[in-house]
Structures are given as structure tokens and as C-alpha cells.
Ligand binder design. Structure first.
Ligand code: ADP
Ligand code: ZN
Length: 221
């Protein structure tokens, strides 16, 4: 099963994506994680991406397409993959369709995370992450200790107020149109009797376990 997770920053795609990956026993690909790792290792790709990320802007499509291609061609991804934040522009959606097509695969589900913006800004501005293992926390001050590994919690640079606003704008202007793009393909597919990814939306507000239950139901588990 190949699944795309779509939704605004802070909607919980990472947390739920992890659970989906475990349930279906397929890997999760998060371009945000891949890029942050590249920044940490100061690779040429990381250095190029850093200034976009720190501001909250999207990195260029060409960078994302490169990551996508490499990750999807891995044997571990042959049985399916959860794509978290991998598709944020229409050209990326087109690129993903092409890459999957070349591998003889298709996208099965586009899962939309439904949350209002106010809730998101609140979540992101009170979020800290572990410097060491990247686990996210809400409502814990920077400088606290990670429960999982003892590392120090820090505020992500792109969780500062200005960057949050930029990320929300990028979502509205560049990512929200991707939803329409997938819906149009689903309608066309239905008309022509061709297969196209199913677009399903889940209410992403509430406790993590409640949202997981909705997500798994939406995926037919
Ligand atoms: P969030 O979804 O909460 O914004 P992520 O950790 O998924 O955070 O991504 C962090 C940053 O990485 C994004 O703000 C963006 O700069 C960059 N990024 C990740 N995925 C993409 C993508 N598909 N296209 C463009 N930029 C991306
Ligand atoms: Zn940790």
C-alpha cells in the first residue's frame, strides 16, 4: 500500500504516519526528517535546503524529487510506503505519479488531515523536540529532558512565530491545491474506469489514540 499523508504543518502527520507504518509493516518517508538529517550532516543538499527550511519556505521541487526517487527505489519500500509531507506542490504530485509509474506501482490512498489553523498555531508554538532523538513534545519548555533518551528539548527554528506563519502560507498557497489535483484525478479515474488514488479525509483533532483509530478505519483496518 502506497499512502500519501496531506495536511497542514502540525496536523500530526508524523505521529500518525509512524503508527500507519507499524500497522501495515511498511517504511515511512518524511522529507522533513531526511532534510533535517542532511542539514545536521552538512551535506551539499542540506546546506542548500537549510535557509528555506529555517524561514519556513518550501525547498525546491528538484530536491524533493531526488529524495523521493531514491527512497522509493529501495527494496524496503517495495511493498509500500507512507509518504509524510513528501508531496507539497502540484509538480511534486506529478513527479511522484511518474516515479511510481516507472516502478510499476500506483498510489492507493491520499489521507487528508483535517484541522483548523488556530489549533495548529497553538500546537506548533508550544512544541519542543528532542535534540538527540527528535521525539516531539507539546507544552514542555526548551531545556527540559527527553523521556525517551535523556536528550535536551529544543524549539525547532521553524516553530518560531514568523516561520510558522510562512509555513501556513506555503500550505495554503502551494499544498492545498494538491488536494484538488488528487480529487480531480480520482473523479477522472472513476469516469474512465481507471484506477486512481482514493482521497479520504480524517478529523485530526483530539487525542492521538482517537485520531489513530479514525485513521486506521479510513484505511480499512
Ligand atoms: P512541517 O510539516 O511541520 O512543516 P516537516 O518536518 O515535515 O515540517 O518539514 C520541515 C521543512 O522541510 C518544511 O517547512 C520545508 O521547508 C521542508 N520540506 C519538507 N518536505 C518538503 C516538500 N515536499 N517540499 C518542499 N519542502 C519540504
Ligand atoms: Zn530523545
Amino acid at each position: 500500500m502506497n499512502i500519501v499523508l496531506l495536511g497542514p504543518p502540525g496536523a500530526g502527520k508524523g505521529t500518525q504516519g509512524e503508527r500507519i507504518a507499524q500497522t501495515f509493516n511498511i517504511p515511512k518517508l518524511a522529507t522533513g526528517d531526511v532534510l533535517r538529517e542532511a542539514v545536521r550532516q552538512a551535506t551539499p543538499q542540506g546546506l542548500a535546503a537549510k535557509r528555506f527550511m529555517d524561514r519556513g519556505d518550501l525547498v525546491p521541487d528538484s530536491v524533493i524529487l531526488g529524495i523521493m526517487k531514491e527512497a522509493l527505489a529501495r527494496p524496503a519500500a517495495a511493498n509500500g510506503v507512507v509518504l509524510d509531507g513528501v508531496v507539497r506542490t502540484v509538480p511534486q504530485a506529478e513527479g511522484l505519479a511518474r516515479v511510481l509509474g516507472e516502478l510499476g506501482r500506483t498510489l492507493d490512498v491520499v489521507l487528508l488531515f483535517d484541522v483548523d489553523e488556530e489549533e495548529l498555531v497553538r500546537r506548533l508554538s508550544t512544541r519542543t523536540v528532542c535534540e538527540k532523538c527528535q521525539s516531539p513534545y507539546t507544552g514542555r519548555e526548551p531545556g527540559s529532558t527527553c523521556d525517551k533518551c535523556g536528550g535536551t528539548l529544543v524549539r525547532r527554528k521553524d516553530d518560531e512565530p514568523d516561520a510558522i506563519r510562512t509555513r501556513m502560507r506555503a500550505y495554503r498557497e502551494q499544498t492545498a491545491p494538491v488536494i484538488e489535483w488528487y480529487r480531480a484525478r480520482a473523479r477522472e479515474g472513476a469516469l474512465r474506469g481507471q484506477s486512481a488514488a482514493r482521497v479520504v479525509s480524517v478529523d485530526a483533532i483530539g487525542a492521538v489514540d482517537d485520531v489513530s483509530a479514525r485513521v486506521l478505519t479510513a484505511l480499512g483496518k
